[in-house]
Write a protein that binds this ligand. Structure first.
Ligand SMILES: *Cc1c(COP(=O)(O)O)cnc(C)c1O
Length: 356
């Protein structure tokens, strides 16, 4: 049976990327060595790293006031590393709590300075993104989560707040053109839309660094990573390689405008289908719905497990909602073909016709 991979992360990657990566495990670029066996300071890996960085710069249209880093860990590491580098004790950082990841990010920042939660959507179970909040002018930065992977909301227009903007873009990075120059720092764990787990992309505007008194452990210091060109120590070589291949694929497919077009086609079909079938309902307000992760429920909760069983039997993988939220979550990252969403929608219609 053909499987359709709607996993929320780690998640689907382009087939061509998987094929190239598996060839490289045995014989990287006809070197006779595996990508797992080559030194990270060899010209071979330097080329991989350079192409990955150049692709990020090209896709995001960054000027040279920015640096692109590939660092160990997951986005969770950045929850700590961002405030460690940007926020001094006694200073305040503003955070938007629009879901589980933003809340965790805010909590980690309390280890380093004061945290002010300027926006909190928990009053309506994070089914919307509040836009009318203010940020104190002395806040060091405002942290947002561009796409709330678990709750299924997404910023479709970014706030203009007069303080540096920091974004966790883990689950919608490279899914659409954005004016990236509005951000002072962007980070993303690779395993949702960019590659294999184990590496973080960090894009940082150089001018926001070096403004705190704290002594930062070397491995946590963005400035030191910039000086070392992401080669302070052994980077996650294979994960960087898979990201490079995925970035190459995005560029070859037509870049971020094309990714956005495809995402919109997939998301529109899915949300229209949900909205047209009374057995399902999507709680997120239409203007804030995520094009990456659609969260919805069975109107009759007793139908949830039969529906999930049907999905499983039909090869629809990874559609069970997040453990604390329940319901259904369909992730539609860049590599997911339109056809998978179309077949999923057919299944929903079929289920609805037999259960209404
Ligand atoms: C998955 C996710 C995280 C956590 O990523 P890890 O790599 O597991 O640390 C953080 N933020 C967002 C928006 C996510 O989707």
């Amino acid at each position: 049976m053909k499987l359709h991979n709607f996993n929320s992360g780690p998640s689907i990657l382009p087939q061509s990327v998987l094929e190239e990566a598996s060839r490289a495990i045995l014989n990287f670029n006809e070197t006779g060595l595996s990508i797992l066996e080559i030194g990270h300071r060899t010209p071979w890996f330097q080329e991989v790293l350079q192409e990955a960085k150049d692709s990020v710069i090209q896709l995001m249209q960054l000027d040279d006031s920015y640096e692109v880093l590939f660092l160990h860990g997951g986005a969770t590491t950045q929850f700590m590393q961002v405030p460690m580098n940007l926020l001094d004790e006694g200073e305040t950082a503003a955070y938007c709590d629009n879901g589980i990841w933003g809340k965790k990010a805010a909590k980690e920042a309390t280890h380093f300075g004061k945290v002010m939660v300027v926006s909190d959507s928990s009053d309506r179970k994070h089914t919307y993104i509040p836009k009318d909040f203010t940020v104190p002018t002395d806040a060091k930065y405002l942290h947002i989560t561009s796409n709330n992977t678990v709750e299924g909301t997404q910023w479709h227009r970014f706030p203009d707040v007069g303080v540096p903007l920091v974004a966790d873009m883990s689950s919608d990075i490279f899914s659409r053109p954005v004016d990236f120059s509005r951000f002072s720092l962007i980070y993303a764990g690779a395993q949702k839309n960019m590659g294999a787990a184990g590496v973080n992309l960090v894009v940082v505007k150089k001018e926001i660094l070096g403004r705190i008194q704290r002594k930062i452990p070397t491995i946590m210091d963005y400035q030191k990573h910039i000086e070392a060109g992401s080669l302070m120590n052994t980077p996650p070589v294979f994960a960087v390689y898979v990201s490079m291949l995925t970035l190459r694929w995005i560029l070859a497919e037509g870049g971020l405008a094309e990714m956005e077009k495809r995402s919109l086609e997939k998301a529109s079909l899915l949300y229209n289908t949900i909205d047209s079938l009374p057995v399902f309902h999507a709680p997120v307000v239409p203007e804030d719905r995520s094009w990456m992760n659609a969260v919805f429920f069975l109107t009759n909760p007793e139908l949830e497990s039969p529906f999930l069983d049907l999905c499983k039997n039909e090869g629809m993988i990874g559609v069970k909602g997040y453990r604390t939220i329940g319901g259904v979550r369909v992730s539609m990252y860049n590599a997911l073909p339109f056809e998978s969403v179309a077949l999923f929608c057919d299944l929903m219609k079929d289920f609805a016709s037999r259960n209404s």
